[in-house]
Write a protein that binds this ligand. Structure first.
Ligand code: IFM
Length: 477
């Protein structure tokens, strides 16, 4: 397929826009026992029967720990200027606190040097969920001490890699850690305890604040931010419902999905409308914590996948594609899937307008703060055709629509500095194992062979033109 970007293309991106692809250590590296790596909570969890679909683990994954030069070549072949990867904490601190494993640091030096040789800069995430098991054994994120351990780890990594990393991301999606790791237990470490989840919220935030200071001390001029998964809440009134109730539901849902991390970071306070159960108790919040948490960041990383839609409805008598809204919202409002919107292979709504609204809202909450889309993409039923090609047209349509939302937001004054597609490679999709494919590059897991999908060619053209090509009028999906 050929993508044509016409001169004077209206959907252009700002000059200097960063184009990248994102991955995470546990999802792609494999090599679980190589070079002194210690176990992480995801090793323990995935090896526990019944926790991950098909009994899949990250033991081998995409074998990117060994095949990283090939992955760097892939990035270069797409013209991408930045690679967002995560550092595996248990490779650096196999037993949690010390000693430091030099071989782990050397691996990331080699990765960054390999990228640099190809003109690609590195955006390093310090914590993308693979906590050293030894730290979990001491309470994990439910214990305050871990915030200090995280800062120690940030300092060590900052000193070792500070001259090579362009941007630092302290945490990836802390809300997923608290919600799925500690509240429902469907992710590692598999805890289902509301109080532990609330404590983890505060300690993740504190860890971010202390790690930010540690990185800045270790790396003069370091660019430090955090990545949040944010979910715009869109309400649709109707003639029968109470507008006041709907607005209350919106505020509560927004506090739960967004405010619980956004407000402490940007404003140094927990959100007023959040359900009490999700907030850390006052006894956990010590003097100075909120100041450390709200120390200004250099940028905000935004992971966008889908919004939440709410409308008046009867929570006791749900219609098709209606669900009870977030806990803590009074009855009379339900979550629903609007009839006109399609869904992805994860059954997640496809709603690029949600991304536009989110970006505009963030630029009001944090005027001027550079925003990066640090993840955006979709899972699809991908497979190689008999001719060996992977024709992922749904993904191209998804990316096209979401990039259009980004370009519009930038045109309308949002300080959007870059976009990373999730993901470079098909990989270990947490509790779904290898059954969900998010990559723009197909991975044949039995052999590790990489096959760039059709979407990779599309992304390469967007990067080349720094603008979005029009899809043919007869686009089949
Ligand atoms: O695969 C994950 C990633 O690790 C974090 N953000 C969402 C992606 C898709 O579920």
């Amino acid at each position: 397929m050929t993508y044509v970007t016409s001169p004077g293309e209206p959907l252009a991106f700002p000059q200097g826009f960063a184009w990248g692809a994102a991955t995470a250590a546990y999802q792609i590296e494999g090599a679980a026992d190589a070079d002194g790596r210690g176990p992480s909570v995801w090793d323990t969890f995935s090896r526990t029967p019944g926790k991950v679909r098909g009994g899949d683990t990250g033991d081998v994954a995409c074998d990117s720990y060994r095949r990283y030069p090939e992955d760097a070549d892939l990035l270069a072949s797409l013209g991408l200027s930045s690679y967002r990867f995560s550092i595996s904490w248990p490779r650096i601190f196999p037993t949690g606190a010390g000693p430091v494993n030099q071989a782990g640091l050397d691996h990331y030096k080699a990765l960054l040097d390999t990228l640099a040789e190809r003109g690609i800069s590195g955006a390093a995430t310090l914590f993308h969920w693979d906590l050293p098991q030894a730290l979990q054994d001491q309470g994990g994120w439910a214990s305050r001490d871990i915030a200090l351990r995280f800062a120690d780890y940030a300092a060590v990594v900052g000193e070792a890699l500070g001259d090579r990393v362009e941007r630092w991301i302290t945490l990836n999606e802390p809300l997923v850690v608290t919600d799925l790791g500690y509240r429902t237990g469907i992710h590692a470490p598999g805890i289902a305890d509301e109080a532990a989840a609330a404590a983890a919220t505060h300690h993740l935030l504190l860890g971010h604040g202390l790690a930010t200071a540690a990185l800045r001390a270790a790396v003069p001029g370091a660019q430090v931010g955090i990545t949040l998964n944010l979910t715009p809440v869109i309400v649709t009134p109707d003639a029968n419902g109470s507008a006041a109730l709907l607005e209350r539901a919106r505020l509560v849902a927004d506090a739960k999905h967004n405010g619980v991390f956004l407000e402490p970071l940007l404003f140094g306070r927990y959100p007023e409308h959040a359900p009490a159960a999700i907030l850390p108790p006052a006894a956990l919040i010590r003097d100075g914590d909120l100041a450390a948490i709200s120390a200004p960041v250099d940028f905000l990383g935004v992971n966008y996948y889908r919004p939440q839609h709410l409308r008046p409805g009867d929570p006791a008598n749900l219609r098709l594609r209606e669900y009870p809204p977030v806990p803590g919202t009074e009855g009379g409002v339900v979550e629903y899937y609007p009839a006109g919107l399609e869904t992805t292979n994860m059954d997640w709504l496809i709603d690029p307008d949600g991304l536009y609204e989110l970006l505009v809202r963030l630029s009001k909450d944090a005027p001027g703060l550079p925003l990066y889309i640090t993840e955006n993409g979709c899972a699809a039923e991908d497979y190689p055709n008999p001719d060996g090609k992977v024709n992922d047209l749904e993904r191209i349509k998804f990316l096209h629509q979401h990039l259009e939302a980004c370009a519009r937001a930038a045109r309308d004054g949002v300080n959007l500095a870059g976009y990373y597609v999730w993901s470079l490679l098909d990989n270990f999709e947490w509790a779904y194992g290898y059954q969900k494919r998010f990559g723009i590059v197909y991975v044949d897991f039995p052999t590790g062979r990489r096959i760039p999908k059709e979407s990779a060619a599309f992304v390469a053209e967007v990067v080349r033109a720094n603008a979005i090509p029009a899809l043919p009028a007869n686009w089949p999906v």
